[in-house]
Write a protein that binds this ligand. Structure first.
Ligand code: BGC
Length: 415
């Protein structure tokens, strides 16, 4: 072979191996399947594609990730773990305990994650001092999303107490509008109940009952009262709620079929995707009685260890997720707020700006609490026991007193 030919061949081999290295796909297991979620996911896909990294989609719908976690367990058991997985709080810790997650310390050190990720998230993103997940956002569950025209037409103002909230529901009902758009899946009812418990009992009660799992608090009169209030909300839901997806409930508020939805701020992603604007088309406010609290969950991406070391694509995905410009672009579309504390709120709409300010205020005043329904209160077995009792109550199986008693028993068994 002539020298020239040899050089050409080596260059070609080099180019080929370089393309193969950067063109490797990441397979991402997630539950972002609604219109707003898909739009946010596209921001992430686009970011990776620009780096030559392909995307293999593995969607498993269902907020709180219960269904996605079942699929994940089956995949890992059959020796075929996906590259990266959307995960919440205690699920991350549980997989890290099993030694299944890749160590992201190099990417974290290179990009200074320690200094910019709040302590409340690091508690779950790190295991035994090592980074095992990259947090992409902070969501919170204690929000109400309302149709502005329906509020204006019925002379309604934003309710700030439970009594005012009941009055708003009554006015909407009288006007022939479904007051509350609710989806009928256990995780949705439990996500709503998180806010009701906080509002009814206050932050100390929420901590005692749903984080510390104190049996006395779980079975207390306050918990019974929280179920009474959940029952009052149930009485303002339409007859067809059973099985409804959360984003279809959001669509009812967007279209003016229903007045309000009590849901995490992923609901805002649906308003944004429909071209709706806060304070013009819709209102966002904290669930009455929880104005000072932020009940959070955070979507994080954990990388499954594919043989000891973090792969090039996994490191690139983690680094992309943690870039400040990406965190702004992604969360503007997703409805959440950045997981980094140093991202400016410039590009966010009024609800996003409020979300960012609320998070900072709650975090410095001791009012930041993990959402039990969204995996940041207790491990999955307890979360699922909570789902079972709340959904049984919502579907008429128990009265409030029995529901509080069932909660004590179910959580005790799950521990
Ligand atoms: C996730 C959100 C998601 C929502 C509904 C929550 O558990 O944290 O990112 O949009 O479920 O799918």
């Amino acid at each position: 072979m002539t020298l020239m030919k040899h050089l050409k061949l080596s260059a070609a081999v080099l180019a080929l191996s370089a393309t193969t290295a950067v063109a490797a796909d990441v397979e991402v297991l997630h539950w972002w399947t609604s219109g707003g979620e898909a739009a946010a996911l596209n921001v992430l896909k686009g970011d990776l594609e620009a780096q030559g990294i392909g995307w293999m989609d593995m969607p498993v719908a269902g907020g709180g990730g219960e269904a996605a976690m079942t699929v994940l367990r089956a995949r890992v058991t059959s020796g075929n773990a996906p590259t990266a997985v959307q995960m919440l709080g205690f699920d991350i810790t549980d997989w890290a305990k099993e030694g299944a997650l890749a160590n992201l310390n190099d990417a974290a050190a290179e990009n200074g994650w320690d200094a910019v990720v709040p302590e409340a998230l690091q508690k779950f993103a790190k295991y035994e001092g090592s980074w095992v997940a990259a947090p992409v956002n902070v969501h919170s569950v204690n929000w109400v999303w309302a149709n502005k025209k329906l509020f204006d037409d019925n002379n309604l103002t934003v309710p700030t107490t439970w009594e005012e909230f009941e009055a708003v529901m009554a006015t909407l009902k009288e006007a022939g509008v479904t007051p509350i758009a609710q989806g009928g899946q256990p995780w949705q009812e439990a996500t709503l109940f998180d806010s009701v418990v906080m509002s009814t009992g206050g932050p100390e009660f929420y901590q005692k009952a749903l984080i510390d799992l104190d049996p006395e608090a779980l079975g207390s009169d306050t918990m019974k009262q929280a179920f009474d209030r959940l029952g009052a909300i149930r009485a303002n839901v339409d007859d067809n709620f059973s099985g409804r997806d959360w984003n279809l409930a959001t669509a009812m508020v967007i279209n003016g079929e229903a007045g309000m939805q009590i849901m995490g701020d992923w609901a805002k992603g649906e308003f944004v995707a429909a071209g709706k604007v806060p304070d013009e088309d819709f209102l966002c406010f904290r669930f009455p009685g929880t104005q000072d609290q932020v009940m959070f969950n955070a979507d994080q991406f954990a990388m499954f260890d594919q043989g000891g070391v973090v792969s090039e694509e996994q490191a690139a995905l983690a680094t992309a997720i943690m870039s400040p410009t990406f965190q702004s672009a992604f969360n503007v579309v997703k409805g959440s707020v950045p997981a980094r504390t140093d991202v400016p709120d410039t590009d966010f709409d009024a609800c996003g700006k409020k979300g960012i300010a609320d998070l900072a205020a709650a975090s410095s005043s001791g009012n930041l609490f993990g959402s039990l329904a969204q995996g940041y209160g207790a491990p999955a077995s307890i979360k699922n026991a909570y789902y079972d009792v709340v959904t049984a109550f919502f579907n008429g199986s128990f009265d409030s007193q029995t529901a509080a008693e069932e909660l004590v028993t179910a959580i005790e068994i799950a521990q």
